[in-house]
Every structure is written in C-alpha cells, then in structure tokens.
Write a protein that binds this ligand. Sequence first.
Ligand code: A2P
Length: 267
Amino acid sequence: MHAPAPKPAIPPAFFGETVTWVHHWTDRLFSFRCTRDPALRFVAGQFAMIGLMVNGKPLVRAYSMVSPPWDEELEFLSIKVQDGPLTSRLQHIQPGDTVLIGKKPTGTLLTENLLPGKTLWFLATGTGLAPFMSLIREPEVYEKYERVVLCHTVREVKELAYRDTISKDLPEHEFLGEMLRGKLIYYPSVTREPFPVQGRITTLIESGKVFADLGLPAISPERDRVMICGSEALNADVTAMLEARGFVEGNNSKPGTYVVEKAFVTK
Ligand code: A2P
C-alpha cells in the first residue's frame, strides 16, 4: 500500500488539494485528478500553476485545466520527463497525495477573445489537447458556434489521450450529448505510425486534406475562428499560416480571429 506523504504546509498562493485518480496513458504521458477548493474559479481554456512542495518550496509549472469549470474536481494532463525537475516527481503521485493548485488561473484560449464566427477550430499537439478538453465540455462553446472541430496530432496512436472520452463518452453524455452531437467533430492524426489520418495538422491544412475529409470549406477569417495549443514550433507554424490567410491574433484586451497558447510543460 502506498502511504500518502504527510500533508505539507501550503504557501498562501496555492490550494493544497488531494489526488483522487491517476491514469498513465504511456511512458511519456499521464493524467490525474484532484479535489477542488470551492473558491477556485476558472474559465474553460485557462491554465493554473500546478506542482508539488519540494524541499519546503513550491515547484510549479503552468498546466491547463482538462476538466470543465462545472466539474467539482480538477483534471490535468502531463508529460513525464525522467530528468524533468517537476514531472520526474509528479509522475509518481498517487491518490491521497497533496498537489499545489495556484489560486489565480489565467490564459488567452478563451471564447471571449475571439470575434463571433461559425466554425471554431481547436488545433493541438501532444499535451496541448488539455485546454480543449475543458472547452469541448463548456456549453457556451456550442451556443456561440455552429460547429467545433478538434484536431489533435501526436506521434503514436497510444498518445491520443482521451480518444474514447471524445469519440464515445461525450456524444452519450447525459447533459452534453445532445448539445454536441453533430456539432463536435474530432479529427485525430498520427505522424509516426499507420493511422487513418497521417501527418501533421499543418500539412493537412496546407494540402486541404482536412477540409476534404470533413466536407468543409478551407478556413477563412470570415467564417472560422482558431485556437492553437502546442509546442513553440507548432504555434509558430500555425500562426504564420493563419496570418498569411488574413487571420488576426486576439488576446485578453482585444478579440481577434485566432488565439494561441503554449502547451507549457516540457520538463
Ligand atoms: P512529428 O512526429 O512530425 O514531429 P511532440 O511529441 O514532439 O510534442 O510532437 C507531438 C506531435 O506534434 C507530433 O505528431 C509532431 O509531429 C507534431 N509537430 C511537431 N512540431 C510540429 C509543427 N511545427 N507543426 C505541426 N506539427 C508538429
């Protein structure tokens, strides 16, 4: 039996929450859930500083919430890096352990940072999926858009975290199912193994394959809105591609036709 570590003293900028569930997708990727203080408020798409007390000090990184704002617990998706200061430790957490949750979530992947549009595109690589897992369970998204397309690119099939949640559980969900059936389109792609859709999302957009596959017109700033979350390289490449098509970046002071955020934790 795992004996939870003694409860550490929690610095005032954080809530100390209890881990309730851990799931390892691969040797590089895991998810966990923890309790949520009722005072913690956030909007779908935001991130918070998350971590552990190490040698009496908080060791934290920015993590997007996977869980929607209406969930009474919090859920996160993390990479595991064997020599990463935080994730080498965080990957060993078990139910009963204490994690730090920053009290002030923030971020730019918010529907209010986008001008009104018809189709909302979520473009993610790797753990960049996290904020979109929250957004696809936010009813407001389906009130604002006719269609929501979630594109997730990973190296290997087993890294398609939440694949069953998105394609099987959500359409059957008691409250959300009816709202998102026919509106939420899931478009996973894999780059280093055979899979029905192979290749980077950037390539699939440039070639037009994604639009042909989904029966949609090529993205344009008149009709489409885009949220991007992935590596620096993904963000830079997609941003350049969108700017070339006339999209304008939005932020917390001025809405635009696309918004972007890094999938933060790389260690
Ligand atoms: P690839 O296998 O061709 O590098 P990672 O695990 O390194 O974070 O990558 C996650 C996924 O993101 C991989 O499928 C990877 O494709 C893809 N990727 C990496 N860089 C870019 C980029 N600049 N544009 C689009 N996709 C990218």
